[in-house]
Design a protein around this ligand. Structure first.
Ligand SMILES: Cc1cc2nc3c(=O)[nH]c(=O)nc-3n(C[C@H](O)[C@H](O)[C@H](O)COP(=O)(O)OP(=O)(O)OC[C@H]3O[C@@H](n4cnc5c(N)ncnc54)[C@H](O)[C@@H]3O)c2cc1C
Ligand code: FES
Length: 344
């Protein structure tokens, strides 16, 4: 059968089941057609990009798999964002039997090979941030002998997603999985002291953090203050942390051309002022990789090997990668006369 997918890599996935998790969160079990199942294989912690049309507008959003690769079914879980377009649309309208277009899984919030079997796994989830962490926890339980500690923060008890499932997992893995809940309604948001107390006595560990930006900042800062090396911290940001700096007149003014290496082809593109590297690649007819387009997912990363460029927002690359010249092309403006960028 010919593969039914659009030229930009999106494929229609049928919604097999809709599971109402809480009043403001829904899980969608998606049926991946046999002929594109190889493209939708994923690692625990990854996300897929969903494309929907709401009120005539084509919109893309990333949603992490809450299922684990060891299962046959692929599931995403979407929590309402107050005032948000797509999350509310999905919660209000998703029904079994309809189709959702999605681009294949991607993302770097995955289990690390290094020390993976000896180091504990310590996870901090806030609200919908439980989604990729659920996948990581279940995979680590099944594929390793690691001990796992999960700190799961929510505003209120009735917004906890997967509470029954986590209770069953903790019972079945007594001694290996410990889950601690935090409810803001009891005494306020998570504090550095709560993070310290939760991690007291933890030895060598890999730390995974996903949740609202202020929650992630508190956890990250507390762990760093406690001496956890950056290389052990893995963060997945669902939202852009800071407003992107405005494009100034100086930015991108000097640039005349962008040389792009993609799929072993070299293209020289005339530069249009204000465009990002990703937009420049697209304007030249190149199918450069992208997903969130907010600087959160890392799908569009490439290396600037000649010239200079400036990132407006970066929630995906670490300092070492930036030092090596990696940029998120969806968030990068060229700043020298000529810039050469390589998608590796
Ligand atoms: C890698 C990744 C994985 C993710 N995984 C998940 C997941 O598993 N589950 C999940 O629920 N979410 C996940 N997200 C978040 C998700 O992609 C969406 O960002 C989220 O659902 C909100 O989308 P929306 O269309 O509902 O909101 P949007 O319409 O994009 O709005 C987002 C917020 O901005 C505010 N806003 C919008 N326009 C304006 C404006 N003009 N002025 C001021 N404020 C405004 C809205 O009120 C809302 O609070 C993930 C994100 C990333 C990057
Ligand atoms: S497309 Fe997600 S960081 Fe650029």
């Amino acid at each position: 059968m010919a593969e039914e997918s659009t030229t930009d890599g999106f494929a229609p996935l049928r919604i097999k089941r809709v599971v109402r998790e809480t009043a403001d969160a829904v899980s969608l079990v998606l049926d991946v057609p046999e002929h594109c199942s190889h493209r939708f294989r994923y690692q625990a912690g990854q996300f897929l990009t969903v494309r929907v049309t709401v009120d005539g507008r084509d919109l893309r959003r990333c949603y992490s798999m809450s299922s684990a690769p060891l299962e046959d079914e692929l599931q995403i879980t979407v929590k309402r964002d107050p005032g948000g377009v797509v999350s509310n649309w999905i919660n209000d309208t998703a029904v079994a039997g309809t189709e959702l277009h999605a681009a294949p899984p991607d993302g770097r919030f995955v289990l690390r090979e290094i020390d993976s079997d000896s180091a504990d796994l310590v996870a901090f989830a806030g609200g919908s941030g439980i989604t990729p962490i659920m996948s990581l926890v279940r995979t680590a339980l099944a594929d390793s002998s690691r001990r796992i500690k999960l700190f799961y923060a929510n505003r209120a008890r009735d917004s906890v997603i997967f509470s029954d499932r986590l209770a069953r997992l903790a019972e079945a893995n007594a001694g290996r999985l410990v889950v601690e809940y935090h409810y803001d309604e009891d005494g306020g948001v998570v504090t550095p002291a709560a993070v310290d107390s939760f991690t007291a006595g933890v030895g060598a560990a890999e730390y995974y953090i996903c949740g609202p930006a202020p929650f992630m900042a508190t956890v990250e800062n507390a762990l760093q203050a406690a001496g956890v090396p950056k290389v052990r911290l893995h963060l997945e940001r669902f939202t852009v942390a800071d407003a992107a700096p405005a494009v100034t007149a100086d930015d991108a003014q000097a640039t005349e051309e962008v040389v792009i290496e993609l799929d072993r082809r070299v293209t020289t593109a005339a530069y249009r002022k204000g465009d990002t590297l990703l937009q420049t690649a697209r304007m030249s007819g190149l199918r450069a990789p992208s997903s969130c387009e907010t600087g959160s997912c890392g799908t569009c990363m490439a290396r600037v090997v000649e010239g200079t460029a400036r990132m407006l927002n970066n929630d995906a690359l670490d300092d070492d990668e930036v030092d090596e010249g990696w940029v998120l092309t969806c968030q990068t403006l060229p700043t020298s006369r000529s810039v050469r960028v390589v998608y590796e």
